[in-house]
Write a new protein. Structure first.
Length: 351
């Protein structure tokens, strides 16, 4: 299918201007992008072209009604210079799950995967080889059709861009348990990777940052009694030697890193519970010393340990010790991703 992709290569590569030993996250963009249009009832015009601004009509419905979804993926290099992906078909399935909820046409697997593979082939030199770095991949789809009528668009774009990136978070992360605002509601789009979900997070997060925290721990929209996510990530809590995470729902994203952690933890004989977690339970555990760890999990950071949290004007620090569940699981996942250990699950895809 990749033979159907029109290819226009850049005449001026930017790669020689990039310091691959000091990469920020997601702000340096690679030379090319994959673009595919949905019009006249089908996906068409698959193109790989130089990374550049796109032109849209001011009445494009993305600007007015927010039909926009995205995914987050990474590409890696192993010591033999092979290009590796981690569970890419799960990203494709979740993209289409999000698309269905926002009435965006689902993209066929061959168009998605062929475009992604060809893009990584062309921009292969952009994949970092430094430890802790990767090529972040951002597929996204949005309404490009025009008109002010409040209805789904008739045209859409799928674009895949890539960015060589270092660590998402650096240093210790301190979070604030949210008591007023909610990330998502029952029957809403919290389970989808819709752009509006993240826009709505910015204001409560800004308020938390002004208080000296890095991120927000989201609670349920109804009672604010249950912990649900950490910033833009799924959340895990370790009480004594039990690892606990909230079940997925309309409000909680079915994270690919989350699913991987659950599988690995069980196989490493870590006691795992998928159940609702109350704020009271976490605060009580912090006070009696049974709260050992909290961490966020997602593609960008993989696992981000939480050093402490705030609730009702009181701060709680988590203990520091070696060989945490977070460090064990992060190492195992990244070793699978970079082909340093065997992959018994078939998660790693070599291109």
């Amino acid at each position: 299918m990749s033979s159907n992709i029109k290819i226009e290569l850049t005449k001026n590569s930017k790669i020689d201007t990039v310091d691959f030993n000091n990469l920020p996250f997601g702000s340096i963009l690679s030379d090319h992008m994959f673009v595919c249009d949905y019009k006249d009832g089908k996906w068409q015009n698959s193109t790989i072209q130089p990374y550049a601004p796109i032109q849209l009509d001011p009445s494009a419905k993305i600007f007015h009604y927010g039909q926009s979804i995205f995914e987050g993926m990474k590409a890696y290099k192993d010591t033999n210079n092979n290009t590796l992906l981690f569970r890419p078909l799960d990203n494709h399935k979740r993209l289409n799950k999000s698309a269905e909820r926002l009435v965006i046409p689902q993209v066929p697997e061959d168009i998605f995967m062929d475009g992604l593979k060809k893009l990584l082939e062309i921009d292969n030199a952009w994949i970092p080889t430094q430890d802790g770095s990767s090529l972040y991949i951002r597929p996204f789809m949005f309404a490009s059709g025009n008109g002010f009528h409040a209805s789904p668009a008739d045209e859409y774009k799928l674009i895949i861009c890539t960015a060589p990136s270092g660590a998402y978070f650096s240093g210790k992360v301190k979070v604030l348990i949210e008591e007023k605002y909610a990330r998502a509601a029952n029957g809403g789009v919290g389970f989808a990777k819709a752009g509006g979900n993240y826009a709505a997070q910015f204001y409560p997060t800004q308020l938390a940052v002004e208080k000296g925290y890095n991120q927000v721990i989201w609670t349920d929209d109804n009672t604010h009694e249950y912990i649900e996510e950490a910033g833009a990530m799924n959340i895990f809590v370790r009480i004594n030697d039990t690892l606990i995470t909230s079940p997925t729902s309309d409000r909680i994203l079915d994270g690919i890193t989350r699913k991987s952690i659950l599988q690995l933890a069980r196989d490493k004989n870590i006691n795992v519970e998928v159940r609702k977690i109350t704020v009271t339970e976490v605060v009580t555990a912090a006070k009696d010393g049974s709260l050992k760890e909290m961490f966020g999990a997602g593609t960008a950071a993989v696992i981000s340990p939480i050093a402490g949290f705030g609730f009702k004007n009181e701060d709680f620090d988590l203990p520091e010790f070696e060989n945490t569940f977070a460090s064990q699981l992060k190492k195992y996942i990244t070793d699978i991703q970079t082909n340093k250990v065997e992959d018994p699950y078939g998660w790693r895809v070599t291109l």
